[in-house]
Design a protein around this ligand. Sequence first.
Ligand code: THU
Length: 134
Amino acid sequence: MLDLDELFEAAQTAAAGAYAPYSRFRVGAALLAGDGNIYRGCNVENRSYGLTICAERNAAAQAVAAGQRRFMALAIAALDSDAPVGPCGACRQVLSEFMGSDAPVYFGGAGPERVRTSLGELLPWDSLHDLGKR
Ligand code: THU
């Protein structure tokens, strides 16, 4: 059973491990994979700022390294933002490799507001999922 609030709690736990000394902006991501397990990631920054890895791509790498090739849902927790923070464009693209358009994406900040959307809404007209349907 998919419980997005439980997935969000896993993302909050993951965010506590963030290495973010430059931005002081801790983010955690939790992916529910096809095996039913949750894979977590946090952002890992670098003094060469552009080398920073977002929480979402870190979680994707953890899942893929564990043998997973299908992601069913994603939750993102931004501990240092009041408002919800959605995945960046690069992460949307990377997630789309393993995640269908209808897969739920659920995100929030430190406040009570949550956004529930889907990968297809975040990345429309994707070459892998959408263009073949025309
Ligand atoms: N960050 C993420 O990890 N995921 C997001 O969805 C938004 C941004 C990270 C990158 C950087 O370490 C910090 O947040 C500030 O942008």
